[in-house]
Design a protein around this ligand. Structure first.
Ligand SMILES: C[S@@+](CC[C@H](N)C(=O)[O-])C[C@H]1O[C@@H](n2cnc3c(N)ncnc32)[C@H](O)[C@@H]1O
Length: 212
């Protein structure tokens, strides 16, 4: 970790980290978004720059990633940024209901080996816990370069009673995967995958029906 990142981590994390006993944001943004597993924060920083009325809660257990985000954050954005520096599954236990208008889960750890696949984040149980934190009509953006993970996401979400697919490939076969949707900032993991000649699947879901 660079000295600058180390300093930012020590100085700003105490100011910006979520306290489960308090309201998350002191300001009243137009929308609140959640990014799960933001890595080095590149996508989150880009979304903050493009959407000045939105507040974003970033969730990332990896220390270097959090330090990197904090080192690149502008002081003028502190009020609309919060960090949960732990597993997202604990955050969901105390997140307010109908809170997020958008959730990003971009390139979750693929765990491609069969014996590790039970470690994957996206399961029916996880989505059941995530759903009540989403507003009605909220969006869930997901991406992966791993075809067996894409298949798992499709199994969990394509026929889900409370999600409708807005955009996404028809199958887990990379040959059916299209281009990145317009306006979708690239992530660091994605750049590496594309550099290695891999294809990526991009999916956008919207909540539907009465799930509250
Ligand atoms: C493959 S990386 C992708 C990072 C970033 N989204 C990107 O596309 O560059 C997956 C990220 O998810 C984070 N992660 C893994 N399990 C998580 C969990 N249970 N809760 C929150 N983040 C998690 C990891 O620390 C890692 O940074």
């Amino acid at each position: 970790m660079s000295q600058q990142s180390q300093k930012a981590y020590e100085e700003f994390l105490p100011l910006l980290r979520i306290d489960p006993t308090k309201i998350f944001f002191d300001v009243s943004p137009v929308e609140i978004w959640l990014e799960i597993g933001f890595g080095g924060g590149e996508h989150m920083l880009e979304q903050l720059a493009r959407n000045p009325d939105v507040a974003i809660l970033g969730c990332e257990p990896f220390m270097n990633g959090v330090a990197k985000l904090l080192a690149h954050l502008s002081p003028q954005d502190y009020a609309r940024v919060r960090v949960w520096h732990e597993d997202v599954r604990y955050l969901l236990e105390f997140s307010p209901p109908s809170y997020f208008s958008k959730i990003f889960i971009l390139f979750p750890d693929p765990w491609p080996k069969k014996r590790h696949q039970q470690r994957r984040l996206i399961t029916t149980d996880f989505i059941t816990k995530l759903l009540p934190t989403l507003k009605k009509g909220a969006f869930l953006h997901m991406a992966s370069d791993d075809s067996s993970y894409v298949e798992q996401i499709q199994e969990v979400l394509y026929n889900h009673p409370f999600f409708t697919l807005c955009e996404g490939p028809s199958s887990a076969d990379p040959l059916t995967w299209g281009e990145r949707p317009e306006g979708w900032p690239k992530t660091r993991y994605e750049q590496k995958a594309v550099f290695q000649g891999k294809k990526c699947a991009y999916m956008i879901f919207q909540t539907q029906g009465d799930f509250s």
